[in-house]
Design a binder for this molecule. Structure first.
Ligand code: NAD
Length: 253
């Protein structure tokens, strides 16, 4: 018996580090999974890495309403109604002070995280089974400031507003909505941020700087954050909604 037996899960950013680790765990727990990401070839690699007949893929840009409707429709046609909607796709801008932060980068970061999560909820909810779970990947900096990352920090806070609103609206159907707040993860996405933080701090090792601020003393493995996603996806969190679930090694405190 798996924690997600017969559940249908959508994972955006599904070809990336956390999306793929989570999809793998979901499948091992009995789910059927639709991986959504920008490029077909990345999705094909991700599907083959998972090596499961219970995984399908759909290329979509999460900022685009028609593309979002399409990934939702494709999921329902392929597997039936959706139980778990994991809005996880993300991008990042430069690490630079607000006075130098490019306006187009600001818009680009807000679009993926905020509009992407909004559209996922808007078009996903009507196609979800009652009792389902929506998870939005925010960040530890969705709950605290982060110098040099004004757009990313603003976007990750805004996702909490979406989560709190949709949690109240969807509760009557027993659908739970939560944000997941990872601290730094040991992957390429974070390596770029670490480099930017190190530069901003005057040319130090950004990774070491962050690790020294994290009580658990290290970056997370993607699989560790996927474990928290599984908790939110499954019945283990049946009475948890409207919550910010921290998985940050204690960084925010
Ligand atoms: N890496 C970290 O340390 C960290 C920490 C906290 C939160 N997060 C968040 O976790 C989530 C996953 O990030 P990750 O670490 O796996 O990085 P990643 O870059 O490996 O994965 C992100 C995925 O999102 C996809 N994506 C980007 N823009 C998209 C769009 N417009 N439409 C569809 N897909 C798009 C990318 O192609 C990529 O596959 C993101 O929301 C990120 O902000 C990451």
């Amino acid at each position: 018996m798996g924690l997600l037996d017969n559940k249908v899960c959508v994972v955006t950013g599904g070809a990336g580090s956390l999306g793929l680790a989570s999809a793998g765990l979901f499948v091992r727990e009995g789910a059927r999974v639709m991986l959504v990401d920008l490029k077909d070839d990345d999705l094909a690699r991700a599907k083959s890495a998972l090596g499961s007949p219970h995984v399908e893929t759909c290329a979509a840009d999460v900022r685009n309403a028609d593309a979002v409707k399409n990934y939702i429709d494709r999921t329902v046609q392929t597997f039936g109604k959706i139980d778990v909607l994991f809005s996880n796709a993300g991008n990042q801008g430069p690490v630079t002070p607000v006075t130098e932060y490019p306006e187009d980068s600001f818009d680009a970061v807000i679009a993926v995280h905020v509009r992407g999560a909004f559209l996922a909820c808007k078009y996903g909810l009507p196609q979800m089974n009652d009792g389902g779970s929506i998870i939005i990947t925010s960040s530890v900096v969705g709950a605290m400031g982060g110098p040099g990352s004004v757009a990313y920090v603003a976007a990750k806070h805004a996702q909490v507003g979406i989560m709190r609103t949709v949690a109240k609206e969807a509760a009557r159907r027993g659908i739970r909505v939560n944000t997941l707040h990872p601290g730094p993860i040991d992957n390429e996405f974070q390596a770029k941020i670490d480099a930017g933080i190190g530069k901003l701090a005057g040319g130090v090792d950004g990774r070491k700087l962050l690790d020294s601020a994290i009580p658990l003393g290290r970056h997370a493995r993607p699989e560790e954050i996927a474990g928290s996603a599984l908790y939110l996806a499954s019945g283990l969190s049946n009475f948890v909604t409207g919550s910010m679930v921290m998985a940050d090694g204690g960084l925010r405190g």
